[in-house]
Design a protein around this ligand. Sequence first.
Ligand SMILES: Nc1ncnc2c1ncn2[C@@H]1O[C@H](COP(=O)(O)OP(=O)(O)OP(=O)(O)O)[C@@H](O)[C@H]1O
Ligand SMILES: [Mg+2]
Length: 239
Amino acid sequence: MRLELKDLHVHYGKIEAIKGISVVVNEGEIVTLIGANGAGKTTTLKTISGLRKVSSGQILFDGQDISNVPAHERVDLGISQAPEGRGIFPGMTVLENLEMGKFNRKDRKSEMDEDLDKVYTLFPRLKERATQAGGTLSGGEQQMLAIGRALMARPKVLLLDEPSMGLAPQMIANIFRIITEINKTGVTILLVEQNAQQALQRAHRAYILETGNVVKEAKASDLLNDPAVREAYLGTGAH
Ligand SMILES: Nc1ncnc2c1ncn2[C@@H]1O[C@H](COP(=O)(O)OP(=O)(O)OP(=O)(O)O)[C@@H](O)[C@H]1O
Ligand SMILES: [Mg+2]
């Protein structure tokens, strides 16, 4: 698995939200994309999963240009996104939501129990709540469900958009711990976060996005110690 964005441009009408970014995600990595509100993080993930159109540039998946491949086929290739704001089906039960994650896969029946087991092992809370309506879960539980549903598609690369958003500190720590756990099972992860401290602690490499441009790319541990980055994104400048 190798995901590469090459000089990617994305527009909303005449507005250019992504202005020519180049990003590489290698097999086995956790790569994080950090940046302020409106920097283009969500747009980048949506473009990778095929929900937004590429204006110019390329999205390469294992060397193949998938820029024009429909979204559902990208899921089959192994690209799966847990969307910002969770995007679960509120009227469906937890179990039904998880089953929806298999929607695209032809072999879904034979894999269902095995994959449900894996998700329930990562998130025991979801197993306890299997028959509860998705919309009545707590914020943290809904986040677990969104990630669990994305995992049901057996992704090679998992795209996570702000998994810590709106969660209490203890739940944030829990979600980040689980992200590392998922990565250790062999799933490559592209993680969008405003919680830069936690993201940089978990990621191998990082890109900083500012108004549609990549302004920095580095090892995550180096960025954690970079005074300018600390000042801008971690709220703790050099003394
Ligand atoms: N549907 C849309 N129509 C027009 N402009 C949009 C649309 N969606 C996003 N934008 C604009 O594109 C830019 C990038 O937005 P995006 O959602 O990718 O940012 P983000 O980095 O995810 O921000 P946040 O941290 O607030 O989630 C912003 O200026 C935003 O206003
Ligand atoms: Mg966003």
